[in-house]
Design a protein around this ligand. Structure first.
Ligand SMILES: C[S@@+](CC[C@H](N)C(=O)[O-])C[C@H]1O[C@@H](n2cnc3c(N)ncnc32)[C@H](O)[C@@H]1O
Length: 285
């Protein structure tokens, strides 16, 4: 498997229509977020998703909801208890989180960002509904760009660097091999170091080989890669490896959240099996 390059990570973007439709189906998004392509993809993949759940025990939709709701819960806590007033959601796709949180917290500044084509689509969507304003914005970014107009440095340049910031990525990091991913995290931590207080929330699927259904899950995960016309990597063997990797990139106080223990208040039914999903909450400094 050759490492993906900056030029070809656009193959991931169509998957945002699928997840956007899932958020809409579960009343997490208004109808504007559900695209025709998302609806079509959801319908076409339904038998496959059903088969993967019945045969492999991997409930893709449940995992998506777990990650989305767990990130929401940690974001709410950061705003209500941690004083966060500015949020940057990278690889926002068609996620409705920015809209929902701006409605709920009138003091919040919310910057969404994605590759240029997806960012343009999101901007059009939000603008069309009259939801874009000075505090809810959409910018272009490429997490693989080390410099230039699409870099993290350019994205963070017009934030208030005297106030706490929280960055989110969801449904992004496992599409990249470890070297590219850690390059992104290292650049992100360097940007965050300029703020008095900064945290990062992301979902992550580790390579948990001791999981009782590892082989089936591995097959299901490979299928996700094939459906998105790329590769889908599982990174890090356990919690210690995850923490070490984040610390190696410049993060501190790394918490590895497991929906089995940390998802009790999410209102989702218990799946009766350990999850492959983790949500990482890491801080700088
Ligand atoms: C699976 S979608 C997730 C979208 C959204 N976060 C959600 O959970 O519904 C992956 C997103 O990553 C974005 N993406 C892919 N490569 C990227 C890159 N190099 N830089 C920034 N975003 C990227 C895609 O455009 C897409 O919107």
């Amino acid at each position: 498997m050759s490492p993906r390059t900056r030029a070809d990570s656009a193959h991931i973007s169509p998957s945002a229509h699928y997840t956007g439709y899932v958020w809409y189906r579960h009343q997490l998004a208004e109808p504007a977020f559900a695209t025709g392509f998302g609806r079509l993809a959801y319908g076409l993949l339904k038998p496959l998703v059903w088969g993967v759940r019945e045969v492999l025990g991997l409930d893709l939709e449940h995992v998506l909801l777990q990650r989305h709701l767990l990130i929401d819960a940690r974001l709410r806590a950061a705003i209500e208890q941690g004083g966060v007033r500015q949020v940057v959601e990278i690889a926002c796709g068609l996620s409705p989180r920015g809209r929902r949180f701006c409605q709920r917290y009138p003091q919040l500044q919310y910057l969404e960002a994605d590759l240029p084509a997806m960012a343009a689509r999101k901007r059009l969507l939000l603008h069309g509904e009259g939801w874009l304003d000075g505090r809810h914005r959409v910018r272009d970014v490429d997490i693989l760009a080390a410099r230039g107009a699409l870099s993290l440095q350019a994205l963070f340049a017009d934030l208030d660097q005297h106030a706490p910031v929280l960055v989110i990525t969801e449904g992004l990091v496992n599409y990249f091999p470890r070297e590219l991913l850690e390059g992104f995290w290292t650049r992100l931590a360097a940007q965050l170091a300029r703020f008095p207080q900064a945290s990062y929330l992301t979902d992550l699927y580790p390579d948990l080989r001791e999981h009782p259904r590892y082989r089936q899950l591995r097959w299901g995960v490979d299928l996700v890669g094939r459906l998105t016309r790329g590769d889908y990597w599982l990174h890090y063997r356990d919690q210690a490896e995850i923490v070490a990797a984040f610390e190696g990139c410049g993060f501190r106080r790394v918490a590895v959240l497991d929906p089995e223990h940390d998802g009790a208040g999410l209102g989702l039914p218990d799946q009766g099996a350990p999850s492959l999903l983790r949500v990482i909450e890491a801080r700088v400094p």
